[in-house]
Design a protein around this ligand. Structure first.
Ligand code: PLP
Length: 400
């Protein structure tokens, strides 16, 4: 058998063969809502599933299919599915895996809107969620109930950068036959492949590192063929959160440079962390790739590098955090992450403002915490801008 291609080759060639598309080097954009049948009988066969072929773009589209096949190869899963946003992927998976009165075991921190969705599932369908840092097998076992139908994880956890040991969780989950879902947005498959650690389903906000250029909102899902088919035919087809062919085309383009971009994101982040830790205005720095991080051995086990995201606490509170954001000159204040531009945000008042204050504190999201998505600019420039803002806050007399 032919040796399997390396990751750097699969991001470029996976899921697409130019021979199938008149020799077009890049994947053609099938910007069409529907597909014509040669005859009424052919239409009947396609709807009956007795003949392969496209019907209507909510059910499948060749540009989207190339993306789905490529992400499945990159995550080393059987099949992929694309969505119009990361949240469309999150909601399709959670709705597919749960029914009224079920229970979900979730990592201590999750993306703000995922938290909002879990709250809605509880209010509408009495689906209870327990949050845990999942540090030991005993702790995980003690939280599993007969009605637990899914374990849902983010690692690194947004925005505090705690890690969860994927192998530990998937081993315990197998004892109970409970599927483990991982939101792999912060790493992308280049840095972490949860399916290879025994997890069952992996999803992404492709808006972030996978697109990589801040120009598309999209989601991706990878898992076993049977599960993906079920989601495609139920929560995706009937709820309808599909991706547009053009956005799929942009993601196919973005993916080609994923390893090259991420190497630079990670290198830049390491440089910035070293300087941040030494600045007198900074209290704590949270970065998975930092050897003093309590979860460093988990990072070594499951991540290729430390990633491009850094959270840090400023000495002071909300005013100081906001003051720093306002002093920056080219670093942009914006949510989202994984773009070429360095972005900074204040989780307590932005991405996690929907989380009640008490829960937010338990999640470790203090008022003085800021999150930095390190971009691809010269690291010296990124540091110079940050240092300028941090120096200002040290000398400023902020009105409380
Ligand atoms: C952005 C994000 C999401 C939601 O994705 P959208 O594409 O904005 O819908 C989910 N999880 C994580 C970790 C994210 O960063």
């Amino acid at each position: 058998m032919k040796k399997e291609h390396g990751f750097e080759t699969k991001v470029i060639h996976g899921g697409y063969d130019s021979k199938d598309f008149l020799g077009s080097l890049t994947t053609p954009l099938f910007q069409t809502s529907t597909f014509t049948f040669d005859s009424a009988e052919q239409g009947e066969m396609r709807f009956a599933g007795k003949e392969d072929g496209y019907i209507y773009s909510r059910l499948g589209n060749p540009t989207v299919k190339a993306l789905e096949d490529r992400i499945a190869q990159l995550e080393e899963g059987e099949a992929g599915l694309a969505f119009g946003s990361g949240m469309a992927a999150v909601s399709a998976v959670l709705i597919a895996l749960t029914k009224a009165n079920d229970h979900i075991l979730c990592s201590r921190g999750v993306y703000g809107c995922t938290f909002g969705l879990l709250t809605m599932l509880e209010e509408k369908y009495n689906i209870q969620t327990d949050f845990s840092d999942m540090k030991t097998a005993e702790q995980i076992r003690s939280l599993i109930k007969p009605e637990t139908s899914c374990i849902y994880i983010e690692t690194p956890i947004n925005p505090t950068m705690d890690l969860i040991d994927l192998e530990l969780v998937s081993t315990v989950a197998k004892e109970y036959n409970i599927p483990v879902v991982v939101d792999n947005t912060f790493c992308s498959p280049y840095l972490q492949k949860p399916l290879t650690k025994g997890c069952d389903v992996v999803l992404h906000s492709a808006t972030k590192y996978i697109g990589g250029h801040g120009d598309v909102v999209a989601g991706l899902l990878v898992g076993k063929q049977e599960f993906i088919q079920e989601v495609a035919m139920t929560t995706q087809k009937d709820i309808g959160g599909i991706i547009s062919p053009f956005d799929a085309w942009l993601l196919l383009r973005g993916l080609k440079t994923l390893p090259v971009r991420l190497d630079r994101h990670c290198q830049n982040a390491e440089k910035i962390v070293a300087y941040l830790k030494d600045h007198s205005a900074v209290d704590k720095v949270y970065f998975p790739g930092d050897a003093t991080n309590p979860d460093y051995d988990i990072m070594k086990k499951q991540m290729k590098q430390g990633g491009g995201l850094i959270s840090f606490e400023i000495k002071g509170g909300k005013e100081e955090a906001q003051y720093i954001l306002n002093q920056l000159r080219f670093i942009k204040t914006a949510v989202s992450l994984g773009d070429t531009e360095t972005l900074i945000q204040h989780p307590a008042t932005m991405t996690h403002s929907v989380v009640p204050e008490e829960t937010r504190r338990r999640m470790g999201i203090t008022d003085q915490l800021v999150r930095l998505s390190v971009g691809l600019e010269a690291w010296e420039d990124i540091w110079e801008d940050l240092k300028y803002a941090l120096d200002q806050v040290t000398s400023a007399n902020i009105q409380k």
